[in-house]
Design a protein around this ligand. Sequence first.
Ligand SMILES: [Zn+2]
Length: 113
Amino acid sequence: MHEMSLCEGVLQIIETEAKRQQFRKVKTVWLAIGVMSGVEIEAMRFCFDVIVRNTLADGATLEIIEVPAEAWCLECAQTVSIQQRYDACPHCGSYQLQVTSGEEMRIKELEVE
Ligand SMILES: [Zn+2]
């Protein structure tokens, strides 16, 4: 499962941060997930609980923040909202869009002890 390796990546980042910032327990993890990232949020929750078992994040709450899809329109020279990749600009109908957000997945914040 794709989400399993994503969660392993998240745990690695948490463990690296734990060494750097000297915390021993993670209570909450805020994960920003782009709506176009292809990540299944329910699968992510399931995998997270499995992966963090017996680690410093055991029992931690996973909070998911959905990041909306946005792109830069070359015609309008501004950021516009899109529903999915390869959408046309909602203002001018141009397809000259560069996706700027909505595809990423990253840790936004950690609540630690
Ligand atoms: Zn446009």
